[in-house]
Design a protein around this ligand. Structure first.
Ligand SMILES: Nc1ncnc2c1ncn2[C@@H]1O[C@H](COP(=O)(O)OP(=O)(O)OP(=O)(O)O)[C@@H](O)[C@H]1O
Ligand SMILES: [Mg+2]
Length: 308
């Protein structure tokens, strides 16, 4: 069982050992969330490494990862717990067949642990002891409805869940909670207040190069410099959806697969689908605009080369 890091530097190291390149502000937020036992609320654009943080934490701290993927209409029965109605009915039939007529005993019997189906949130509260509390990932919270957020409040403030028929269940030790949101809507203040908040931004060029170095280690150095510079410039364009880090990595893999050693306008046109996922964006960038950006990229890299 790995220990919770005891300062910001060891948090950075822990993430780096598991191929996650974090900047200091993210490592600080994570360190504080871990040491103060508060949920970490990560908001940011798509593909910037929000979900990955939870995966890396679970791996590096050797804790089980319990994931709740949010969507519109998510309710307590899917997120917290549900009674197994089919098995409860069967129990009723069996007891009736055996001639039992004590209704109170029957009610006690069917609202028993045996008929409880644990969903991720209850699982997270009940898994592990003091040293093995799991990592609970509540992914894309902005996709749920507000009533569900209200439900989360009890869980996040006291790490407990009340089941009317069974009573209140409290975590032996609080799970490590990571909540992510793509900000398609604002999450309520009451929930944010219970968390440590961090906005995950697109990485700067230096950090994106470091990410490529760990996620696509086999590509030539010049090509990765070109890729990162090209993507960084694309992000300055007014596109419907600018590429995230995930797209940078995908593009690098696509170019390697094609044995590309350096960017040119043809290869950009042929592979732009790894970077941009909307036809309008592709139309805007393909052709002359791609060549123009590429010229800037080459000039920038040439200047950097001279300066070195
Ligand atoms: N800082 C980073 N270090 C290493 N890998 C990263 C980093 N940021 C992103 N990645 C990689 O980018 C990919 C996308 O990351 P992830 O799925 O966590 O993004 P996300 O922010 O959750 O996106 P979405 O909002 O679309 O769910 C993953 O493969 C991850 O490994
Ligand atoms: Mg995600």
């Amino acid at each position: 069982m790995a220990k919770i890091p005891n300062d910001i530097d060891s948090t950075l190291t822990l993430l780096a050992e598991n191929d996650y390149v974090a900047d200091r502000s993210l490592a600080t937020a994570l360190y504080l969330a871990l040491s103060l036992q508060k949920p970490l609320f990560l908001e940011g654009e798509a593909g910037v490494g929000k979900t990955e943080i939870a995966r890396v934490l679970s791996e590096s701290l050797k804790r089980p990862l319990i994931r709740l993927q949010c969507y519109e209409g998510l309710d307590a029965a899917t997120a917290v717990y549900e009674w197994n109605y089919a098995r409860q009915m069967l129990e009723i039939r069996l007891q009736e067949a055996s001639g039992s007529s004590d209704r109170e005993k029957l009610a006690d019997d069917i609202f028993d642990e045996r008929f409880l189906i644990e969903r991720p949130l209850l699982q997270a509260i009940r898994t592990g002891d003091n040293s093995t509390a799991p990592v609970l990932l509540i992914d894309e919270l902005d996709r749920t409805d507000e009533p569900f957020e209200a439900y989360l409040l009890e869980i996040l403030s006291d790490f407990q869940i009340t089941i009317p028929e069974l009573g209140t269940i409290k975590a032996a030790s609080p799970p490590i909670v990571i909540i992510t949101s793509n900000r398609t809507r604002e999450i309520h203040d009451a929930l944010k207040r219970r968390c440590f908040y961090h906005w995950v931004d697109y990485p700067d060029a230096i950090r994106e190069l470091e990410i490529l170095a760990v996620k696509a280690p086999n590509i030539p150095e010049t090509l990765s410099a070109q890729i990162v510079s090209f993507v960084q410039k694309l992000r300055e364009h007014d596109l419907f959806k600018v590429p995230g880090v995930a797209e940078t990595i995908d593009w690098a893999h696509a170019l390697t697969q094609l044995d590309c050693m350096g960017l040119d306008s043809n290869i950009i046109s042929d592979t732009v689908g790894a970077l941009l996922k909307y036809q309008d964006d592709i139309e805007r960038i393909k052709g002359s605009e791609a060549s123009r950006i590429l010229d800037e990229v080459r000039a920038e890299i040439a200047i950097a080369g001279v300066e070195e």
